[in-house]
Design a protein. Structure first.
Length: 203
């Protein structure tokens, strides 16, 4: 199982494009089948480790832009903060922004958000991207993101909703997609570590 998981993660990390704000199809259908077939949970799996392992599969599916498969996993752990966070991102990607914000509220101040805020602020501070963007709500939102002390999931949802509304230009899309990329990477890193710890602690 460890080798299969490592190969799936390697494949996802090797992709040359970032996940879309609103994916229209699964990135790699064959990989999605491999993720679904991962034997992460068995009859011998301690009950305490199950939510973390389900969250891991939800994350893998979402990194592969398989919204329905990810949703099926996160629905199984609706009382788990990490599962709620993946659930929220899935709904945001499908364009159900109010539902996304509900699940972000259920996730609370998720531990991955602290590292995410730090990385996003650092990128916005040291990148030339803000200076290249035209004035408008997206640029203002990114400027606020650079200064805020805590990650604001609903504000980012609003930014994506605006980007996907068709009422503004495409020049801001790359910046918003990169912030989403940072979010996905930080949440997945947390999820993977939590899954490994849950299994280790159960031995």
């Amino acid at each position: 199982m460890k080798n299969s998981l490592a190969l799936i993660i390697e494949r996802l990390e090797s992709r040359q494009t970032m996940q879309a704000l609103s994916p229209k199809q699964v990135w790699d259908a064959a990989l999605d089948q491999e993720i679904a077939a991962l034997p992460l949970i068995s009859a011998a799996t301690p009950k305490a480790a199950v939510p973390a392992l389900i969250a891991l599969k939800a994350g893998l599916h979402l990194l592969n832009e398989s919204l329905d498969a990810s949703h099926a996993q996160s629905q199984e752990i609706e009382d788990d903060p990490t599962g709620c966070y993946w659930h929220g991102i899935m709904h945001r990607m499908e364009g159900d922004f109010s539902n996304a914000n509900y699940w972000f509220s259920m996730a609370g101040s998720h531990p991955a958000m602290e590292r995410l805020q730090s990385r996003a602020a650092d990128w916005l501070q040291n990148s030339v991207i803000l200076g290249d963007l035209q004035d408008g709500e997206i640029r203002e939102g990114l400027q606020l993101m650079r200064r805020q002390a805590r990650w604001n999931a609903p504000a980012f949802t609003g930014m994506i909703a605006l980007q996907e509304s068709g009422t503004i230009g495409e020049e801001t899309r790359g910046a918003v997609e990169y912030v989403q990329h940072l979010e996905l990477m930080e949440l997945f890193a947390y999820t993977l570590q939590a899954a490994k710890k849950a299994v280790s602690d159960s031995l």
